[in-house]
Design a protein around this ligand. Structure first.
Ligand code: AMO
Length: 452
């Protein structure tokens, strides 16, 4: 049987990877290495073939001169197709011909698995393809180094944010995603059949993260999917996103919550810039780390600013996408930063659990964090006084007995507390200057998409 036909059927015990592509440098000149990855680019010049092997950390050139390699190796290399899974045993040779300063001359090329004709290119910039086609073939799409890099950076942002919280006495929790009631209002709930009853997919861990503080955890966080039945396709909404939530008890006010978030993000940005330097370089991004403390602006002032720029909003209007675009320009011009807390939202615009403001009549002890004009976080102090909480639920038109599982524990010495919900995809898209949130989502769910 031909070697190519047998590909992937033999045990590969002798083929343990020794190096990643980005470790092949001139210092390894003369060393034997084993690489594993995909055939990224193939150039056949007759008596010499060039193979660019791509793995998790980049690419490396494998040069295959007919005269210098075993006949079988030369023959196998002629059979390689784009995205064939291979291992390459070879010798590192220092050379000024390639940017990395070294290439590999193979002594053995092994086909670990074959690849059919590709529906989309994995080599970047070959053809411009539309988003929908890319998402239909998302697994291949993600193999492109610049797409893969987005999620490596996202990983580090989440990892270092988690790190920061763990170092500050937060406990990671896992709360139910099948729930009985809305937390953020009923407009965008997904209903599911739960045996004989109706249930919903959680819009937020809001009630449970608060309840865990009442259960004796001083500080908690959760990083998990939440579901929003947004009917419209927009560039910043998806129907399932990753919510990064934290909640902290014994606060003296909302300022404590904002301080925790800005310090967490400052830490995460600083550490990610360092840990993901190769990915940032690949994407051509020089990350600016916002200075501490982040700017604070009251909602009333933000409304004035967009109105001065031509809008006609009242204090109880939401900041629409056009206003966000305006603020994206106004904030850096006026305050020299693109990371701004908007505080003191009116009661009308905030959920029932939000603490009314003691200083600003009709307003709340809550905030949004905007990054390059877009809301990436909502947070605030919560009501911990039972009577006030029930009153606010009624004022919002809810029937308190439906929420007794949430409300009742507030009768027993609930500590003052507050927290945030941060959209991981929104943070990623703003940080990387990505226009559509779907591109900052591994496998997006929107009105039209449930696969892959
Ligand atoms: P909110 O509903 O504002 O607040 O959501 C918090 C953050 O989640 C992100 N986000 C979204 N991301 C992608 N697609 C969507 N459809 C979407 N909706 C929201 C945004 C937003 O700032 N319980 C409160 C949080 C809290 O107060 O702790 C809440 O869920 O980045």
């Amino acid at each position: 049987m031909d070697f190519y036909d047998k590909a992937g059927t033999e045990p590969i015990g002798d083929a343990t990877r020794t190096h990643f592509s980005n470790q092949i440098t001139s210092e390894l000149d003369g060393k034997e290495v084993i690489l594993m990855g995909w055939t990224h680019i193939l150039r056949d010049k007759g008596k010499i073939k060039f193979l660019v092997l791509r793995d998790e950390h980049g690419t490396v050139q494998v040069t295959i001169p007919q005269k210098k390699v075993p006949e079988e190796v030369f023959e196998t290399s002629g059979k390689l197709k784009p995205e064939t899974a291979i291992s390459v045993h070879g010798t590192v040779v220092a050379t000024t011909q390639v940017a990395a300063g070294a290439e590999v001359i193979p002594t053995k090329i092994r086909i670990l698995n074959t690849a059919e004709r590709l529906p989309i290119d994995v080599v970047e910039g070959k053809v411009d393809i539309d988003l929908d086609t890319r998402f239909n073939h998302r697994i291949l799409d993600l193999r492109k180094p610049s797409i893969n890099a987005i999620f490596r950076i996202q990983h580090n942002l989440v990892r270092f944010s988690r790190d920061y919280l763990e170092n500050n006495d937060f406990v990671e929790i896992h709360t139910p995603k099948l729930v009985a009631e809305a937390t953020e209002g009923g407009a965008n709930l997904f209903e599911v059949q739960y045996f004989e009853r109706k249930a919903y997919l959680a819009q937020s861990p809001q009630f449970y993260k608060q309840l865990m503080l009442l259960a004796g955890f001083g500080r908690v966080f959760e990083i998990a999917p939440v579901f929003r039945a947004e009917k419209h396709n927009t560039r910043r909404h998806i129907n399932e996103y990753t919510s990064f939530d934290f909640e902290m008890a014994w606060i003296s006010g909302v300022e404590d919550v904002m301080k925790m978030e800005e310090q967490m993000l400052h830490y995460a940005f600083t550490k990610t810039k360092e840990a993901s330097s190769a990915e940032f370089e690949l994407l051509g991004i020089d990350l600016t780390i916002p200075k501490l403390p982040f700017k604070r602006v009251k909602y009333a002032e933000a409304i004035d600013l967009v109105n001065e720029a031509g809008k006609d909003l009242s204090i109880t209007d939401d900041l629409d996408p056009e206003s966000e675009r305006l603020l994206e320009k106004i904030f850096p011009e006026k305050f020299g930063t693109d990371m701004v807390f908007i505080t003191h939202y009116p009661l009308e615009l905030r959920p029932a659990y939000t603490m009314p403001s003691l200083t600003d009549e009709g307003m709340t002890e809550s905030f949004d964090l905007t990054y390059k004009g877009m809301e990436i976080t909502t947070g605030g102090q919560r009501i911990h006084i039972y009577d006030l909480l029930v009153e606010r639920f009624k004022a919002k038109g809810f029937n308190p007995p439906n929420f007794s599982f949430y409300l009742d524990p507030f009768k027993y010495g609930a500590p003052p507390h507050g927290g945030i919900g941060l959209g991981v995809e929104r943070l990623t898209m703003q940080l990387l200057g990505i226009d559509n949130i779907r591109e900052a989502t591994l496998l997006p769910r929107d009105r039209d998409r449930l696969t892959p």
